[in-house]
Ligand binder design. Structure first.
Ligand SMILES: Cc1cc2nc3c(=O)[nH]c(=O)nc-3n(C[C@H](O)[C@H](O)[C@H](O)COP(=O)(O)OP(=O)(O)OC[C@H]3O[C@@H](n4cnc5c(N)ncnc54)[C@H](O)[C@@H]3O)c2cc1C
Length: 416
């Protein structure tokens, strides 16, 4: 029987190992940490947003940005529906939340890890824990096995699924990039994405303030770089929340070179003229009230002192005495509140690594290296990054499936 080594016991590696073993290969899964699926266990705030129910594959693909075409084959070979079917057949109950996000019913990411642990056991995969792989063995352009901390394994195929380099305490600290480079692969520039922003001089009255349904966008000196909608919250270093994480995917390069401007529209449902009309009504109906009292009808209480200081309008100004310029200033700030982004938070606080093993030397139909025969890559180590909403785990599972399926298929065909 031919032998396959899978390096890394995350979603991509576990899926690859289960798939190859079910196809009849002898599979050894080598994991650096003392547990499988540590990163998987913290996904979706510990609840694990496994995938997304989006049924239109062309819409699904759009969530992966400029390299998305690479995933077309993998997402056809093992789609979100296939993943849902697979997990349900393994006995995991699932539920769908807003935005098509699929979670285990248990609200516990460990229940997803447990499905894979059982699958590995049932299909006789040998799991070696606490054994970081240090070297890939290859003879000219053919793979020969791996060297790990506890020994050497000779094998006919190796699938590298070591993940990215974010949240390194889960074991994903970028080891696979060096393994790939030494095997002759190029690794593109790496950036932390789906990551919060550091903002300049954050006012401490704003810390922990959460805002829902916010529109935000980022500009450099000359143009708008990205726009997003969603939840936003202030932290002691700056800004976090779904809207910020989304924006971070589109400013990853620019933020390395320059400070950027974050714009926040606190009233995205109101066109500027409608907002002015709303302010005029407030002023007309409550001429004897003060500016700060009017803001109570427009904003969360925690935000009011900050907006008063930004507009530089006295809090106790009577609405009846408010000038047109002052009204325009308020409207402008509510529609375009700006902050300076000094940097993103580091890799260890990023959900994802953007960049990775250069896709031009990977066959998208099989995940096999075009440089070393019998070497495969799967998961976040590849130069692919997706949006929030379950898209990154789906990419890991789909590419893991394709790598495991093809590694086993090619070996079994060779045996025939
Ligand atoms: C906080 C957080 C929340 C997230 N939430 C979601 C979510 O809800 N939905 C979603 O779709 N995505 C989410 N993601 C992203 C998702 O977790 C990753 O994209 C996905 O885990 C990548 O899978 P992978 O198998 O490629 O890599 P990983 O999950 O990183 O697994 C790689 C494995 O390889 C092992 N390894 C590394 N180096 C070696 C070595 N030298 N030898 C042996 N083993 C090694 C690691 O220990 C690890 O177990 C989240 C990420 C984070 C950090």
């Amino acid at each position: 029987m031919k032998k396959i080594v899978v390096v890394g016991g995350g979603p991509a590696g576990m899926m690859a190992a289960c798939t190859a073993a079910r196809r009849g290969a002898e599979v050894i899964l080598v994991e650096k940490m003392d547990k499988l699926g540590l990163k998987l266990s913290i996904t979706g705030k510990g609840k694990c947003n496994i995938t997304n129910s989006e049924s239109d594959i062309s819409e699904f693909i759009k969530k992966y940005g400029s390299n998305n075409r690479f995933l077309i084959n993998a997402l056809h070979a093992f789609s979100n529906k296939d993943l849902i079917d697979f997990l349900q057949k393994e006995g995991l109950k699932l539920k769908e939340l807003s935005g098509g996000r699929i979670y285990p019913n248990s609200d516990n990411a460990w229940s997803v890890v447990d499905v894979f642990k059982k699958c590995l056991k049932d299909s006789d995969v040998q799991v070696i824990l606490e054994a970081p792989v240090k070297e890939l063995l290859h003879y000219q352009n053919e793979i020969g096995g791996v060297v790990h901390a506890k020994g050497t394994i000779l094998s006919d195929a190796v699938i590298v699924a070591t993940g990215g380099k974010s949240y390194s305490r889960t074991g994903s600290s970028g080891d696979g990039y060096d393994l790939a480079r030494k095997a002759g692969h190029k690794v593109t520039d790496l950036y932390p994405v789906l990551v919060p922003f550091n903002l300049e001089g954050i006012d401490e009255t704003l810390i922990d303030l959460k805002l829902k349904n916010i529109k935000a966008w980022v500009t450099d000196d000359s143009r708008e770089l990205a726009e997003a909608f969603g939840e936003f919250y202030f932290t002691f270093w700056g800004a976090d929340g779904s809207v910020i994480l989304r924006l971070s995917r589109y400013i990853k390069q620019e933020i390395q070179e320059d400070y950027l401007t974050l714009h926040v529209d606190l009233k995205p449902a109101l066109e500027p003229e409608k907002l002015i009309e709303r302010l005029l009504c407030e002023i007309k109906d409550n001429g004897k009230s003060t500016y700060s009292e009017m803001l109570k009808n427009l904003l969360p209480a925690q935000m009011i002192p900050f907006i008063i200081s930004r507009t530089k309008i006295p809090a106790d100004l009577k609405l009846g005495a408010m000038k047109k310029e002052q009204r325009d200033t308020i409207a402008h700030i509510l529609k375009d509140l700006t902050f300076t982004i000094t940097s993103t938070r580091p890799f260890d606080e990023a959900i994802l690594t953007s960049g990775g093993v250069d896709l031009s030397k990977i066959d998208p139909r099989t995940m096999e290296s075009k440089i070393i025969e019998g070497l495969y890559f799967a998961g976040e180590i590849l130069d692919i990054d997706g949006d929030t909403g379950g898209y990154n785990l789906q990419a890991a599972f789909s590419t893991g499936f394709v790598a495991g399926d093809n590694a086993a298929k090619e070996l079994i065909n060779e045996e025939d």
